[in-house]
Write a protein that binds this ligand. Sequence first.
Ligand code: HEC
Length: 436
Amino acid sequence: MNRWIFLLATATLAAQSGYFRDIRPILQKQCQGCHQPANKMSDLDVTSYDAFKKGGKRGTAIATVVKYLTGETQPRMPLGSPELAAADIAKFREWIAAGAKDDSPVESSSSQPIVYLQPPVITALRWSPDGSQLAVNGNREVIVHSSDGKRILHRLAGKAERILSISYSPKGDLLAAGGGTPAQFGEVQLWDPRNGKFLRSATLTNDTVFGAAVSPDGSKVSVGAADNTVHMIDTATGKELFKNSNHEGWVLGTVFGIDSKRFVTVSRDRAAKLTDSNTGAFLENVNLLRGELTAVTRHPKKDVVAIGTEDRYAFVYMMDRPRNMKIADDTTLIHKIDRQDGAITSMDWSSDGSRIAIAGLSPVVNLYNADTGKLASQCKGHSAGIYSVAFSPDGKQLATGGFDGMVRVYNAATCQLQLTFSPVPLSHGNPTGAGQ
Ligand code: HEC
């Protein structure tokens, strides 16, 4: 749906062979398995126009590709598969003869504002550490609002079609946005949220990434992925410090320990793993958990984590288990929290440590007393599932967003609804860009 709205807004209907419509689908289907960031045969990555243009060991693929497809240069591509249909090879020829332009809406999004006919599903929302901003995902962008919801401060439009996680550095000088374009690439974008300036990005996998978290010291960003990998990015350079494959399912959440030296990852493989943030070495499992793990948050001052599951339970665990602890010993479990009315999607711990907010596929956010594990209050008002929940830095407010596309801000003590707003500027009727 969102994609179509976007295409309507930006399409230039070319009759000739075009990259987005003709070339890209062939590359995705026939070539990407061997030519992608994680498996870059002959140094060639075909998952984006820029990477394809850059080419491999023998230079830009725009110059080499037709010869490889016809077999004039050996080995013929796609290696190990039947040769492409003559009509498909002709599409490459025609596209190259016409200048090998990038006509994909991904690229054109950077030069013109994205148009919305309806609010997109909210998958990520975070407050800046000084409480002045509320950053919310749009389509292909992060929209930074003043926290009263009255003004858009910055629109951070990047390449990724979806932004699934947002994290600020504690100093407020960096915003990391994690996401990607499904079945194409995963990306972590780094922005300066004070002026809206794009700093750098890292393309990581051939599918979206999840649960981006900036380390407390601001030096790193951890992120999980749909190919079961975990990645660590250096914020100063955007370079990948390491990746590991210790999980056996999608890695949906990551969080650092207090000293930034270790981090916890949670996965659909039902494991929560503690890992060294400098080397990527596996340290230990965060003990006995049940169900696919979907969300994680940390106590603001202690190495204690709350973990949520797809089968609706949340657990509060000490991050470290004593070395001599036996298997099946559950002494690091602090609380098991009541079953929720829907799968858990997002959790946040208030900055004074007193409350844990749990959101999920039910339209109610439950707030728990973090000391007792008992329900403290319930914030209502959403009509459908909630995918992101965040306490304001002073702990007085709670922001939520989800399927209905509206940001809601509650008084975190009483759950009284204070503010509801659409995070995107809505354009009515005319899909060509007027009305912004
Ligand atoms: C099974 C793996 C595989 C598939 C699938 C595959 N390639 Fe390749 N590709 C390779 C390998 C290996 C090389 C290096 C060949 C050599 O030089 O010996 C290569 C090299 C290339 C090069 C030259 C890169 C350079 O500059 O060195 C191009 C261009 C290329 N492939 C295009 C494609 C296209 C287009 C497709 C899809 C239609 C495709 N490949 C599918 C494995 C693959």
